[in-house]
Design a protein around this ligand. Structure first.
Ligand SMILES: Cc1cc2nc3c(=O)[nH]c(=O)nc-3n(C[C@H](O)[C@H](O)[C@H](O)COP(=O)(O)O)c2cc1C
Length: 496
């Protein structure tokens, strides 16, 4: 039905024109029992150690080990789970004197002072990508060393699962783990386990199994669609990373488009959305070629249109490649459903295997259309781009698409022509904007990102383009998200 309507209206629009051993092991290096080079699996920069290129883990093993007992157990766990591993390295390494307990030395003092927060050298890269964190530490005076507190207070563990483990001379894990809960109150804390120094890999494996910690087999697929707020990208099911905010170029003339893309690239934006129907692919390509930004940092989406283009998709794809003239297309979408859409999609699949296009997807496809379309094609779309704004939230459609491992992108984030002032002036959005000292536009864009929806606001104003990228300095609270969610009116502002 929707298809028929779309086709009729299309014809009309075409006319006008989108993470114990009390005998402290005598370390030869008296000065520094714990330093950056100590961890065999942490990088020299003490950043999270990563697996191979395509091996993206959703489990992080984090550990602190002053005398080397906890370290191998952490390494066993990471190895068994295929997880990333991060060693907490103190900015000021603990010397043997520091660790001599009941001497009133540094470690004793820190443990006697609940507010002590020894500084950590380095940080976890991309904490957002992990949903499970194994946290290993030695028992110091019955508790976790204070540096564990520093660690927990350095990141947001909301919704993440934390499984603590410790090594000790004889103490159990006792309340050491429970006492950490208040430092990451929104995490799901599991019951921890104490191990003796020298515990075998088999015992660690048994413990992991008992806690239902499985090897990281589905890590890549569970990572797909998760926003990395540090890198400001999302991993597509095609294996490519796409920036999560960019520029829409609908209705921009050649000059406007060239200047807007240039402004975007100069402001650090790297995602550009165009289409055959916008008539400005050549201007997008020219601005990219004229910029100093390396091609591989830029992500260009274009679309082919129903009608002649769907009927002759190979030609349509070649035309887009020629007009853009940027070696390859990062993402090509079908503009909206129409006759020959499966044929056009299959041509895009062929172009993917030929290396002309990296990822493919759909625009203006909803649940019904997807149910009919997906069984007919081989490559699952990497992206679906639909109209999404606070007055038209697609609350049934977005989770449906995301559950398929497909990233959702929204067009018309500010409501579209004729509706922008109403939406940007909306009292709820304005109030939230004032509370954060940002603009309504920034609140709407951030709301999208927190719902894992990629944003491509259109603008020809360099100041607005810059402002639209500046949405990582604040967080909307759950309450604020809910207030915006409550603005939904299921009010569509365009016909697609
Ligand atoms: C300052 C300090 C305090 C300690 N307190 C305890 C304790 O209360 N109970 C215990 O069984 N072991 C205690 N230990 C021993 C360590 O927990 C044990 O050697 C642990 O395995 C060391 O781990 P690591 O080599 O990874 O640092 C303490 C060690 C230090 C340095």
């Amino acid at each position: 039905m929707k298809r028929i309507m779309s086709t009729i209206i299309m014809l009309v629009i075409l006319l006008g024109l989108t993470a114990c051993n009390s005998n402290i092991q005598q370390n030869d290096e008296k000065e520094s029992l714990n330093n950056n080079s100590a961890a065999s699996t942490s990088t020299s920069e003490n950043e999270t150690d990563k697996k191979g290129d395509n091996d993206i883990s959703n489990i992080l093993v984090v550990y602190f080990s002053a005398t080397g007992n906890t370290r191998p157990l952490a390494e066993y766990a990471a190895d068994i789970l295929g997880a990333d591993i991060y060693e907490i390295v103190p900015e000021q390494p603990y010397t043997e004197d520091d660790l001599a307990y009941y001497t009133g030395g540094r470690a004793d003092q820190e443990q006697n002072d609940s507010s002590a927060r020894p500084a950590i050298s380095g940080s976890v890269e991309n904490i957002d990508q992990y949903d499970t964190v194994l946290l290993g530490y030695p028992i110091w005076h019955g508790e976790a060393p204070r540096i564990i507190s520093t660690f927990l207070e350095s990141y947001d563990f909301s919704g993440k699962t934390i499984l603590p483990f410790c090594t000790s001379h004889s103490s159990g894990i006792g309340s050491s783990a429970d006492n950490l809960h208040s430092l990451a109150p929104k995490a799901n804390w599991m019951d921890g386990e104490r191990f003796a120094a020298g515990t075998s890999k088999e015992e660690i494996e048994k413990w992991l199994n008992e806690n239902d910690m499985k090897p990281n087999e589905i890590a890549v697929s569970s990572k797909v669609g998760k926003f990395d707020f540090k890198k400001r990208t999302v991993m597509l099911n095609s294996g490519y990373e796409m920036p999560i905010m960019g520029l829409g170029t609908y209705s921009l003339s050649d000059d406007e488009c060239y200047n807007s893309v240039t402004a975007l690239l100069n402001s650090g934006g790297r995602l550009i959305d165009t289409a055959y129907m916008y008539g400005n692919e050549a201007a997008v390509g020219r601005a990219i070629r004229d910029s100093d930004v390396p091609r591989e940092e830029i992500f260009v989406i274009t679309k082919i249109y129903p009608g002649d283009q769907f009927a002759n998709p190979e030609k349509a794809i070649q035309d887009a490649l020629d007009k853009l003239d940027i070696d390859y297309i990062d993402m090509m979408l079908l503009h909206h459903p129409g006759e020959n859409d499966v044929k056009a999609y299959k041509a895009m699949e062929k172009a993917v295997s030929d290396g002309k296009i990296h990822s493919i997807g759909l625009s203006n496809w909803y649940v019904e259309e997807l149910e009919e379309f997906l069984p007919q094609v081989n490559i699952t779309p990497a992206l679906v781009q639909n109209e999404i704004h606070p007055y038209y939230q697609e609350n049934d459609v977005i989770p449906y698409i995301q559950n398929l491992g497909i990233v959702v992108q929204g067009w018309y984030p500010f409501g579209g022509r004729g509706h922008t002032s109403e939406l940007l002036g909306d009292s709820v959005i304005s109030e939230i904007a004032n509370a954060h000292g940002v603009t309504s536009a920034q609140v709407i864009l951030r709301w999208n990102l927190q719902k894992s929806v990629v944003v491509i606001p259109g603008s020809s104003n360099p100041e607005h383009i810059k402002e639209n990228l500046d949405i990582f300095g604040f967080d909307l609270t759950d309450d604020e998200m809910n207030r915006i969610n409550a603005l939904n009116r299921d009010e569509k502002h365009d016909w697609y």
